[in-house]
Design a protein around this ligand. Structure first.
Ligand code: MG
Length: 252
């Protein structure tokens, strides 16, 4: 993977600040009665008006049948990731994962939050809190001298403590001049194993956590849902590894 210079990380931090602001705006729009397609329109408008490019729009992931036609991924309840915005009307009690990326001055940023629609059950609230906690536990380990295994271990430890599961086969990734770069950032691992972290690496850390089992299935619109239909949460930040420690570029 390529390492970023401090100047490049500065540019990415500005892109991340913008992305975080869009996600914050989307979170404020989430309420019963709103369609996920309307959230997509808001995201697209703000990103393009800022002079940036939506990262997911027209992106064709490896193995996908066609390019992705939306700016936002909006995944509701048991859908884990890659849910396509639609005329689905958000209902009181839903949880919706908002995953968003943009390209700013040649660099990609990627982040996700899970938002509650109205009043959600206690179990889903806990799922969201634990997933976010696991993200920050992982980020804490993102410093020079540690390894990817340290990040995965920290995430997994939080998830297991609460008897939830890590969605299988879904991972974080390096990010920079491309949306998805090496290395693969697993949400589990063993301390001290895997790729050594050095200053200048930029990675997207993104735990995807389920209430039930971790098995997932690909759905008709190419999104991924849990096999047992249990609910899932997802939080993601783009993080730079610096001599001063982890630098969250996409703070919401
Ligand atoms: Mg990502």
């Amino acid at each position: 993977m390529e390492l970023r210079t401090p100047q490049e990380i500065k540019i990415m931090a500005e892109g991340g600040r913008r992305l975080g602001a869009v996600l914050q705006r989307l979170r404020s729009e989430v309420r019963p009665g709103v369609t996920t397609l309307s959230l997509d329109r808001v995201a697209r408008k703000i990103i393009t008006e800022g002079g940036d490019t939506p990262a997911f729009l027209n992106y064709r992931p490896e193995g996908a049948r066609r390019a992705y036609p939306y700016t936002l991924c909006a995944s509701v309840n048991d859908v884990v990731v890659h849910g396509q915005p639609s005329n689905y009307v958000l209902r009181d009690g839903d949880i919706v994962k908002l995953d968003l990326g943009l390209k700013h001055e040649g660099f990609y940023l990627d982040a996700a939050i899970t938002a509650a629609v109205g009043k959600v059950p206690a179990e889903d609230k806990k799922l969201m809190a634990v997933t976010e906690e696991s993200l920050y536990a992982g980020i804490k380990e993102a410093k020079p001298g540690n390894t990817l295994g340290d990040i995965g271990y920290a995430i997994e430890r939080v998830v297991r403590k609460h008897k939830f599961s890590i969605a299988e086969g879904l991972t974080g990734h390096g990010i920079g001049r491309a949306l998805h770069e090496d290395p693969t950032v697993f949400n589990f691992g063993d301390r001290g194993t895997g790729v050594k972290l050095v200053s200048g690496m930029v990675i997207a850390i993104e735990p995807m956590v389920t209430v039930g089992a971790g098995a997932i299935v690909q759905l008709k619109d190419e999104s991924y849902g849990t096999m047992d239909r249990s609910h899932a949460a997802h939080f993601e930040h783009t993080v730079a590894i610096t001599d001063a420690g982890p630098l969250i570029l996409t703070r919401v």
